[in-house]
Write a protein that binds this ligand. Structure first.
Ligand SMILES: Cc1cc2nc3c(=O)[nH]c(=O)nc-3n(C[C@H](O)[C@H](O)[C@H](O)COP(=O)(O)OP(=O)(O)OC[C@H]3O[C@@H](n4cnc5c(N)ncnc54)[C@H](O)[C@@H]3O)c2cc1C
Length: 346
């Protein structure tokens, strides 16, 4: 058993994507204490992990917004009441005890009176390269990695980026002037990334700032003393191989959705989702769910739906915690918590 954090919260939200962040906002609005736990190193869920540079057009009141900007706004709104934020902590177990629920994570244990599961598609595990040499060199010290956390770690290195989405193209731009040599390979000729970034990247390649090779894939990675020294790549149309001397291979291939530990918590599941009542209750008392992780009749996996479900889940959790508290919070335009002097907050 890990360390137990004794600061028991009224509401703990598992997953800091858009639904979890809106739930954190709502918990603050209702005046209950709150903690958000996420497996990833940053908040924002799929918006930040999968498509930060894509425009979203179907969030009410925002005709067009980049996913990363929506995430930024959601983080500002969701953290305004000061919830405890615990990142890089996948919740592995959820255990109902006498008057609280215990959450077991790799970063210790947390106690909560209620839980709202907003875990989306589950833990978003980065896809790795399925080729010889990856496992032997995986990790920042070895040189086969799935993310760029600090660009400075790549200073003066020969870097091979693999991928064709937003993060591959973003780092093909972002590591210029830092990496000594920069090569991007992708298994298709077309990139699935923000068009302006692709245009910029191709212009930079024409100016000799990086090398783009398509349609290429990695055949193997090799090195000395656990450190990468090179990779063999091949043109997938012809099979023709090339050897590249590189110090780091960065696989930017997106994330693999995996319900992960959520499936082991005794929740009633349907089609890899958690079955919920119209009040967003699960089959476990005190445990609610909202957002992409839920299933109910008429379910739509959309950000807008997640917001509504988060509000329903939090308001019912508040009523469960204090049966005298109304489920309906009233309108934010009237709430004292926002400095309005009409209406009641509880
Ligand atoms: C490419 C793409 C484009 C999209 N475009 C749109 C669009 O235009 N409009 C729209 O409405 N929707 C769009 N969506 C869908 C939208 O992103 C999702 O509906 C939304 O992200 C769901 O939010 P969520 O908070 O429920 O889950 P998520 O965003 O998936 O967040 C869940 C969070 O829970 C965390 N988590 C999971 N398991 C655990 C665990 N055991 N312990 C701790 N943390 C855990 C994850 O790390 C993640 O951060 C798009 C999706 C994709 C992939």
């Amino acid at each position: 058993m890990g360390d137990v954090n004794q600061d028991i919260k009224d509401v703990t939200i598992i997953g800091g994507g858009p639904t979890g962040l809106f739930a954190a906002f709502y918990a603050g609005l209702r005046g209950v204490s709150c903690r958000v736990v996420d497996a990833l190193p940053e908040l924002g869920g799929q918006l930040m992990a999968l498509y930060p540079e894509k425009y979203i057009y179907d969030v009410g009141g925002l005709p067009k917004i980049l996913a990363k900007d929506l995430a930024k706004n959601m983080i500002e709104q969701g953290t305004q009441f000061g919830p405890d934020i615990v990142l890089e902590a996948e919740v592995q177990q959820l255990v109902s005890e006498e008057d609280h629920i215990r959450l077991v994570t790799g970063r210790g244990e947390f106690l909560s009176r209620t839980v709202i599961i907003t875990a989306g598609k589950g833990a978003l595990n980065p896809r790795i390269l399925e080729c010889p040499g990856w496992d032997a060199h995986a990790g920042e010290r070895g040189g086969a990695v799935t993310h760029v956390r600090r660009p400075e770690d790549f200073r003066d290195k020969r870097v091979l980026l693999v991928g064709g989405g937003d993060s591959a193209v973003d780092w093909a731009l972002g590591l210029q002037g830092i990496a000594r040599e920069l090569t991007l390979i992708h298994r298709r000729d077309q990139f699935r990334a923000h068009r302006a970034s692709v245009v910029q990247m191709r212009e930079d390649a024409a100016a000799g700032k990086l090398t783009i090779l398509t349609p290429y894939e990695v055949r193997n990675i090799h090195g000395d003393n656990d450190c990468v020294t090179g990779a063999v790549i091949f043109e997938n149309a012809t099979g023709e191989e090339r050897h590249l001397e590189v110090d780091v291979v960065v696989a930017l291939l997106g994330f693999k959705p995996d319900l992960g530990p959520v499936g082991q918590w005794g929740l009633e599941l349907q089609r890899n989702s958690i079955r919920v009542s119209p009040l967003m209750e699960t089959n476990i008392v005190g445990v609610y769910a909202a957002g992409d992780i839920t299933h109910h009749d008429g379910k739509l996996e959309l950000i807008a739906t997640g917001y509504g479900e988060a509000a329903v889940a939090v308001n019912n959790a508040v009523h469960y915690l204090n049966p005298k508290a109304r489920v309906n919070p009233g309108h934010s335009t009237n709430l004292k918590v926002f400095g309005q002097d009409e209406g009641e907050d509880s």
